[in-house]
Design a protein around this ligand. Structure first.
Ligand code: ZN
Length: 185
């Protein structure tokens, strides 16, 4: 429920979608954009263990909500930096997956719909394996996983296992990852 119109400040008490009866502004219900990064080094992927609900204690891909006006590529890099301390360019778009922001242990009556956009970042194989500096409020541990030895359980089971499987399949078949789409800013 939204109590006030964010355009005119008038009282509305309405659930999305609605039109403000005071100023006529329309408010739509949309999926929340999220962005994440699969970090790869010597053929293995970095995953972190969630220290927050939903999916507390389960394996996770670094990522989070995209800010207002932020390009998903920048949001993915920012979330990676905030959660792991790693500042890496992204080199490929893995794809987009839908989900909701809830879990059986953290149920929500009207969970947010999520539009999750995932990118690939690669640490050069000649480099030392980076040691993430985790934000302890968000993640309790990290590890690197080969495409044929993935962990479980993986949080957000309606999309993250599919994201990791898409990476693993491409890695195992030796196909090229899709290039980054062009961007205007
Ligand atoms: Zn209004």
């Amino acid at each position: 429920m939204q109590k006030f119109c964010s355009s005119c400040g008038g009282r509305v008490d309405a659930a999305l979608p609605f039109q403000c009866s005071h100023c006529g502004e329309r408010f739509w219900a949309n999926s929340k954009p999220c962005a994440g990064v699969l970090v790869e080094h010597r053929g293995e992927v970095l995953l972190i263990r969630r220290a927050i609900e939903p999916w507390f204690g389960e394996w996770d891909i670094p990522g989070g909500f995209v800010d207002d006006g932020e390009h998903p590529e920048d949001g993915a890099r920012r979330e990676l930096l905030e959660e792991t301390g790693l500042d890496l360019p992204v080199v490929s778009l893995l794809g987009m997956w839908m989900d909701t922001y809830d879990s059986p242990s953290a149920p929500v009556e009207h969970p947010l719909s999520l539009l999750n956009i995932f990118f690939l970042a690669q640490v050069p194989d000649d480099d030392e394996r980076p040691i993430p500096a985790l934000d302890p409020h968000e993640a309790s541990e990290f590890d690197w996983f080969a495409p044929d030895a993935l962990p479980s359980p993986i949080g957000f089971p309606n999309h993250q296992p599919a994201v990791i499987a898409a990476w693993a399949t491409t890695r195992l078949t030796g196909e090229a990852f899709a290039p980054l789409p062009a961007r205007s800013r």
